[in-house]
Design a protein around this ligand. Structure first.
Ligand SMILES: *Cc1c(COP(=O)(O)O)cnc(C)c1O
Length: 391
């Protein structure tokens, strides 16, 4: 046995909180043999998510990325189309546009909300595109602009109402990436339910987890049918192996759905905890100076999924140094995502007037935000941040 003093356990960025009926429901799957992609928990999970978010239909899938891919296909995104997407986001939405053979057009973040900037979407559509009865065409590339993939980032909401109005005016579809926004509302409406389809993730770091999992919600029964069809191998006959299109094996298993149903029973509690964590950070940071706390966009009931701050006027090097110091102290801080438009797979894509996304990327640090974060551990995070800011 080593006699070395053990360093205090590190504080994770975002850990799942497993409890309640999770064991009982998963055991029920094991005891009954209903472990695969058909079963009562899948249907129940779909019904309960639909009801929680206020959507007409929900289709459970293997993960949030598959949810986005299926949603884009189901609303009619085709090879050669363009889809507007924020430059400041996790990579999955941009990747799924490419899965469809379409091209992302990256849009800047609004500095007041860190979300995709609706004013820049409007400006792009008005100044760079021609909208005719045949649809909206990017004048520069000649490609059809088919959809906006609006991402609600970090447990806040983007201004989806304004985006939906612009999309409607130009004949675009709207898909919402609400992977980080379970529990988030915008003007009273749950994230993911204002557009043609909305995608959720139940990855281990999200507020509700199934280990891995996702869900697409929609109010349109035709889109719902299309989603079910595409995610179950495009099966055209219940018995004979007839497939008239290429489909995907994207359905969630009953085992995972069982965990999801148990998790959902605690979602309101989890949201309360996340908010309390955010308020505690905000209170501590107010006096600190040099750090911009996370915004709360107007009309948004947030969850602050990952509590994120900006180091005022910091360079990329300075931000890297501060993240490094936090991690040395056992605090699992993380930089916000690298802007997408300047990553190698997307360098040939259009990027529309990007300024603020870059500044947020250079300065943003996400702090530990697990639902189970204890007040003591949060104190440690705050103290470590203070120390790490010292020069
Ligand atoms: C997590 C996440 C996804 C992908 O979800 P997975 O379940 O991990 O595939 C998509 N978009 C955003 C914004 C995310 O944060």
């Amino acid at each position: 046995m080593s006699s070395e003093p053990r360093p205090p356990a590190s504080v994770p960025l975002s850990e799942p909180e497993i409890g309640g009926n999770a064991w009982a429901y998963v055991k029920e799957c094991l005891d009954t043999g209903w472990v695969s992609s058909v079963g009562s928990f899948v249907e129940r999970f779909e019904r309960e998510v639909a009801s929680y978010v206020g959507a007409g239909h929900a289709v459970a899938v293997v993960n949030g990325t598959a949810a986005l891919h299926a949603a884009l296909l189901a609303v009619g995104v085709r090879p050669g189309d363009e889809v507007l997407v924020p430059a400041l986001s996790f990579v999955a939405p941009a990747a799924t546009i490419r899965y469809c053979g379409a091209q992302p057009v990256f849009v800047d973040a609004d500095p007041a909300t860190w979300q995709i900037d609706p004013a820049k979407i409007e400006r792009f559509l008005e100044e760079e595109c021609d909208t005719t009865s045949a649809g909206c065409v990017d004048r520069g590339t000649g490609r059809p602009v088919r959809a906006v993939l609006a991402v609600h980032v970090l447990g806040l909401a983007c201004d989806i109402d304004r985006i939906a109005v612009a999309a409607l005016r130009h004949g675009l579809r709207v898909v919402e990436d609400a992977a980080e926004a379970m529990g988030v509302r915008h003007r009273g409406r749950h994230a993911g339910t204002a557009g043609d389809a909305g995608a959720f993730s139940f990855n281990g770091n999200k507020i509700v987890t199934t280990g891995g999992g996702g869900m697409v919600v929609t109010g349109d029964p035709e889109i719902a049918d299309r989603l079910r069809y595409l995610t179950t191998q495009a099966k055209d006959d219940p018995l004979e192996y007839v497939h008239n299109e290429i489909g995907y094996n994207y359905r969630l298993t009953n085992l995972q759905a069982a965990l999801g149903v148990a998790q959902l029973e605690h979602l309101d509690e989890f949201v309360e905890r996340k908010r309390a964590i955010a308020y505690a950070y905000e209170k501590a940071l107010r006096d600190l100076g040099g750090v911009t706390p996370m915004p709360t966009p107007r009309g948004c009931d947030p969850t602050y999924w990952l509590y994120t701050v900006l180091l005022e006027d910091a360079t990329l090097e300075r931000r890297k140094e501060v993240v490094g110091r936090l991690r040395e102290r056992g605090i699992e801080a993380r930089p916000i995502w690298h802007t997408l438009h300047d990553l190698p797979p997307f360098r040939d894509c259009a990027a529309y007037r990007i300024e603020h996304a870059t500044l947020i990327y250079e300065r943003g640090i996400s702090l530990p935000s697990s639902v189970g974060l204890t007040p003591d551990d949060q104190e440690r995070c705050i103290a470590a941040l203070k120390e790490s800011l010292g020069s």
